[in-house]
Design a protein around this ligand. Structure first.
Ligand SMILES: [Zn+2]
Length: 194
């Protein structure tokens, strides 16, 4: 008679205690214990694998979180740098515009001053004063001959134009003084030489 090994199924004799193929003891308790040990080892290995997988997943999540954080920080830093640059550019533009406006304002002011001066020179009041002053100069520097010779005619023209002024006193004084100088000049020129 023969039987089969309870482990590997090889054919062995009925009274064999050990299998000739796999060498294991033909004891159901032993088989049970081995199977249990194998099941435990398998369960342990599976648990370890699960733990390792979970650990790996956690690490991957942490890495991803780190990457996300770094990305967010980089984006924020870039946005801040961009905002700073834009702010500086805006400031530069505003400063340039301010300088331009200031220059234009000064230019306008200068032109207005020039126009005002021009208007003043064209005013009868100014001409009246000039006519009077030319008359005074001609009288004061009568003995030089050249000053009255140069000033008396323009002085008369200024004074005549100055008559349109609201206050005519200067214009009238200019006409009197310049005519006086003119008459004195004519008198001396017409006087018979001694
Ligand atoms: Zn066997």
């Amino acid at each position: 008679m023969s039987k089969n090994c309870i482990f590997c199924g090889a054919e062995i004799d009925d009274d064999d205690l050990f299998c000739g193929e796999c060498g294991k003891k033909q004891d159901p308790e032993e088989k049970k214990r081995i199977e249990q040990a194998e099941a435990e080892a398998k369960a342990k290995a599976e648990a370890e694998m699960r733990l390792k997988r979970e650990q790996a997943e956690r690490e991957a999540q942490q890495r991803q979180a780190q990457i996300d954080k770094e990305t967010e920080m980089r984006i924020r830093a870039e946005a801040e740098a961009k905002a700073k640059l834009e702010f500086e550019e805006r400031q530069k533009r505003e400063e340039a515009e301010r300088i331009r406006n200031e220059a234009e304002r000064k230019k306008r002011e200068k032109e207005e001053q020039k126009l005002a001066k021009q208007r003043e020179k064209n005013s009868p009041e100014y001409k009246a004063v000039m006519g009077r002053n030319f008359g005074i100069c001609s009288i004061l520097f009568l003995c030089t001959y050249i000053v009255p010779a140069v000033l008396v005619i323009p002085g008369l023209i200024y004074s005549a134009n100055g008559l349109k002024a609201e206050k005519k006193a200067n214009a009238i004084a200019g006409i009197i003084l310049n005519l006086l100088v003119l008459f004195i000049a004519i008198y001396f020129m017409a006087r018979p030489k001694a």
